[in-house]
Design a protein around this ligand. Structure first.
Ligand code: C2E
Ligand code: MG
Ligand code: MG
Length: 703
């Protein structure tokens, strides 16, 4: 069976050799010591030396006077041979002569027995010698074990990755391992004997003031001491390490402190890593500015401190105008570079106690603590606007940018950080709506707007989800035949009181919220279903569906339209898409290619509200357009305003020269109709004929 623990081997019996030429003496001596070990005797002294060398006994009992052999001489020889040098020789003699006793002890003998032998005394004397011999052996073994253990610890300390320094009770170094030598820049030979504070120079990493060595504290306080956080070790070779660890006192068996041990390691790398991680978590990768997380923290702090100081905290949400367009048309690489340059410009004009954060693609937030007066904010916002005036230069190209800014103030308009962010957002939207490149403070009106917006968002999302957006149809009249050949589909949404919400309102919101695709798709589908139904009932009414520029430019628009036509089985010529002039100001290549695809299928393309935008004539020539819809504002005014009348005439002439159909919108009176007709306008739409009608009302007219 495998032993469970290593047992100490039992000590073998002692060897005792008796040398005496008198057999009677031998018998007595054997009787005396027989219990103490293995006894070998000889009465022939000439054999004794060989016997003793062979056995190497612990004790020899030796007669002095053995005829021509002298025990003293024999003893000298035993003591001189290395293998028997430790053998204890006890002389036995019948002479009672002090000189002889001296000589025998001087020859290396250890004890002296006189005959006649007292058995008990003899046994005791031999037993004492054996005990001494064993004690010496144990001591020797203990010394060896201690040495081995010391070597073992040394090897361990030398191979571990931490620095280890040992000191005595006064703090003077007694040992340091190779790592400690490397980090302190002192060899063991230089450091041992020096005080720990000389060897290990510690400073506070922030204040650079001397830090107390933990060994000193451990010795003084007689307890384990952790190294102060934020500690730096200055090596004697000029290196600096961030270190961390502890010291402990060494206490002896009586509880006295005899020294100390400091264990330490280099944490420079892990601290650098922690700093980096912290930076990554709190900062925007592209610009290096604080991100939303860090902003949140700082805002919380700023509100608290400003409150204590009885001052205000302001938040400015800065959004780059038309950035999406720039990014899409120039590519993300240029977009990223622009963002970086904008960040740099904003950062350069910012006060040190402000925080500039990047919180979204093209959105920055400037946090301004301790604001004394609102006019300061006016001037900061103006400075920001002014800083954008100079063109941005990227790869030898100049780009002009502007920003819109929304401002929220705590505690004037918002109590919490969440409210501040939301209010700044609402104010920023207002600035955009007012024409961009301006700043706007949050106000009570905006608060009201905000509530309406939240309510409207709810209604809109619900209607999209439930497929309950209504579509009204407004007849378009052939001015020559007075027949209805087409109708404009107009989206309708009711508020919670059952009143219709103006379409421009919810359409703009759907665009902001990214819901315009879904909304547009729903209206298109409902319009096509209706047109197919009428067609099947023998009425060819083309539906004219409005398309938002955002919806049109989204990827997959053509496929969306086509799939609805397939699904509803409507002929392409029964569908007209109304795009606005703003669409023509987007990426013209994209717009042209999608329009061409649509037109090739047979779908009609109309330009809505023509005359209000800035579409260039050259574009108009290039694009596959079928219809121009003269904006109703000119039609309203043309009776009183000569300029409007001229515009209507010019648009009509333009339409004719490009071979396009003309639709006059907003015809409210017979007079309107008369003028438009005289200009050659073929189609009319307006309250003079019909208001937009619910599907069933529309059907009572056409069917
Ligand atoms: P729009 O495309 O120019 O549509 C004509 C607007 O003029 C309609 O307003 C219509 O009700 C109104 N209207 C027609 N005849 C007269 C008239 O004789 N006098 C007056 N004062 N107004 C007249 P509505 O329905 O309020 O729509 C407003 C705008 O909302 C539309 O202008 C269009 O730009 C947009 N819109 C409506 N439905 C949709 C839609 O489904 N998708 C998209 N993207 N936009 C839509
Ligand atoms: Mg329209
Ligand atoms: Mg219109």
């Amino acid at each position: 069976m495998q032993p469970t623990r290593r047992e100490k081997a039992p000590r073998p019996p002692a060897n005792i050799v008796i040398v005496d030429d008198e057999i009677s003496s031998v018998i007595v001596l054997e009787a005396a010591v027989k219990d103490l070990g293995k006894v070998t005797s000889t009465t022939t002294p000439e054999d004794a030396l060989k016997l003793i060398r062979d056995i190497q006994p612990e004790v020899v009992l030796m007669d002095i006077d053995m005829g021509e052999y002298n025990g003293v001489e024999l003893c000298k020889q035993i003591k001189n041979a290395p293998e028997t040098a430790k053998t204890a020789v006890i002389f036995v003699t019948s002479h009672n002569n002090p000189d002889l006793e001296y000589f025998s002890l001087d020859s290396g003998g250890i004890d002296f027995l006189t005959k006649p032998i007292n058995l008990k005394t003899c046994k005791m004397r031999v037993a004492n010698q054996l005990a001494l011999r064993y004690y010496a052996e144990d001591l020797e073994n203990a010394k060896k074990a201690l040495f081995n253990e010391k070597e073992h610890f040394k090897a361990t300390l030398n191979s571990i990755g931490d620095g280890v320094i040992a000191t005595d009770a006064e703090g003077f170094v007694t040992f340091l391992n190779p790592i400690a030598q490397h980090m302190t820049g002192m060899k063991e030979s230089e450091a041992v004997g020096c005080h720990i504070e000389t060897v290990m120079k510690l400073k506070d990493a922030t204040t650079h003031e001397k830090a107390i060595n933990p060994a000193v504290a451990a010795l003084y306080e007689e307890r384990v001491v952790g190294m102060a956080l934020n500690c730096q070790l200055y090596s004697h070779t000029g290196n600096v390490y961030r270190v961390e660890d502890s010291a402990a006192p060494i206490v002896d068996a009586n509880g006295n402190v005899t020294g100390s041990i400091v264990v330490f390691h280099d944490v420079s790398e892990s601290i650098a890593m922690a700093v980096k991680m912290n930076h990554l978590a709190n900062n925007d990768q592209l610009t290096g500015l604080p991100n939303r997380i860090l902003l949140h923290d700082r805002l919380e702090q700023a509100i608290k401190i400003s409150k204590q100081n009885k001052l205000m905290t302001a938040l400015m949400l800065i959004d780059i105008d038309n950035f999406k367009y720039l990014n899409d048309s120039l590519g993300h690489h240029i977009g990223d570079m622009l963002i970086k340059q904008v960040a740099r410009r904003l950062d350069s004009i910012m006060d040190a106690n402000c925080t500039l954060a990047r919180v979204g693609g093209d959105e920055f937030v400037l946090l301004i603590p301790n604001v004394q007066a609102v006019r300061i904010l006016n001037s900061i916002a103006s400075d920001i606007q002014a800083s954008m005036q100079k063109p941005f230069v990227l790869e030898d190209q100049e780009y002009n940018l502007s920003v819109s800014i929304g401002i929220s103030i705590n505690p004037t308009d918002a109590e919490t950080e969440g409210h501040m962010m939301r209010n700044a957002d609402v104010a920023m939207f207002r600035a955009k709506k007012q024409g961009k490149q301006r700043y706007c403070f949050f106000s009570q009106n905006l608060e009201q707007d905000l509530h309406e917006r939240i309510e409207l968002e709810k209604i809109l999302r619900e209607a999209i989800d439930k497929n309950s957006v209504e579509v009204f149809f407004q007849p378009q009249i052939n001015l020559t035949t007075q027949k209805i050949n087409s109708a404009e589909a107009l989206a309708r949404l009711k508020d919670k009181n059952g009143n219709y919400i103006p379409p421009p309102k919810f359409i703009a919101l759907a665009e902001e919220l990214g819901l315009i695709d879904q909304l547009g798709q729903q209206i298109l589908r409902k319009s096509c279903i209706a047109a197919k139904e009428w067609y099947d009932r023998g009425k060819e009414i083309r539906v004219c569906v409005n398309v938002s520029a955002l919806q049109f430019c989204a990827p997959g628009y053509f496929e969306q339209v086509f799939s609805v036509l397939e699904e509803t089985n409507l002929r392409t010529s029964m569908l007209e898409l109304e795009v606005t002039e703003t669409l023509l100001m987007q990426d013209i290549n994209l717009v042209e290619s999608v329009l061409r695809d649509l037109s090739l299928t047979g779908i009609f393309i109309a330009i809505d509200d023509f005359g209000t935008g800035y579409s260039s004539l050259s574009y108009l020539k290039r694009l596959p357009v079928d219809v121009l819809k003269i904006d109703q504002s000119f039609v309203f005014d043309m009776l009183q305003d000569k300029q409007s009348l001229d515009i209507v005439k010019t648009i009509s002439d333009l339409g004719h020269s490009l071979g396009l159909n003309l639709v006059g919108e907003g015809i409210e009176t017979a007079e309107h109709e008369e003028i438009l007709k005289s200009f050659g306008c073929q189609i009319g739409q307006g309250y003079h004929y019909h208001k937009p009608l619910a599907k069933k009302d529309f059907e009572t007219i056409i069917l």
